[in-house]
Design a protein around this ligand. Structure first.
Ligand SMILES: [Mg+2]
Length: 171
């Protein structure tokens, strides 16, 4: 049997989104209830895969090493809950890439590597560009509402713990 997976945007979903970019450890704040909610998903048999745009790398705002320190910290704070972290370092002002959301290559890489069944998988994000690749690939999508006027998302919620309640106890 193929695997079921929760795809997760990072900024604004797992850690607090900042006006600039979250790349300093001291600014990297994991949101309340996130670790517990992710462990509930893991216990329900889901893989957890982060898919994050990190265009600050292409723009020279921070380095891959700085980002990696944040990811190490994130994993350490949450007991290595994530199965994989995919990031797109590109920015259209520097290089175009199909990995950068709303394109779907990060998702497709994970689907191939982990043998994921898209029909039993979900995407949780806080921007429409997180919903677009999920919808394209047939992955159910949940938007954490930040005032997006129009969305392709299946559900709209206030935070990750509410998204997880939806997934584990569908209406
Ligand atoms: Mg985000």
């Amino acid at each position: 049997m193929k695997n079921k997976c929760i795809f997760l945007d990072r900024d604004g979903v797992i850690n607090r989104d900042l006006a600039g970019y979250a790349y300093r450890l001291e600014d990297f704040e994991i949101l309340p209830g996130v670790a517990e909610a992710l462990w509930q998903l893991k216990q329900a048999g889901y893989l957890l895969v982060v898919v994050t745009n990190q265009s600050g790398i292409a723009q020279g705002i921070y380095t891959r090493e700085q980002m990696q320190l944040c990811h190490d910290y994130m994993q350490e704070q949450m007991g290595d809950v994530m199965d994989a972290i995919y990031y797109a370092p590109h920015h259209p002002s520097v290089t175009e890439s199909l990995t950068r959301k709303p394109d779907s290559l990060m998702f497709e890489k994970a689907i191939a590597k982990f043998d994921i069944d898209v029909r039993r998988s979900w995407m949780i994000g806080d921007k429409e560009r997180d919903m677009i690749p999920a919808v394209k690939l047939g992955i159910a999508s949940i938007l954490i509402d930040t005032g997006t006027p129009q969305t392709k998302a299946l559900h709209i919620v206030k935070d990750l713990p509410e998204a997880v309640r939806k997934i584990l106890k569908p209406d």
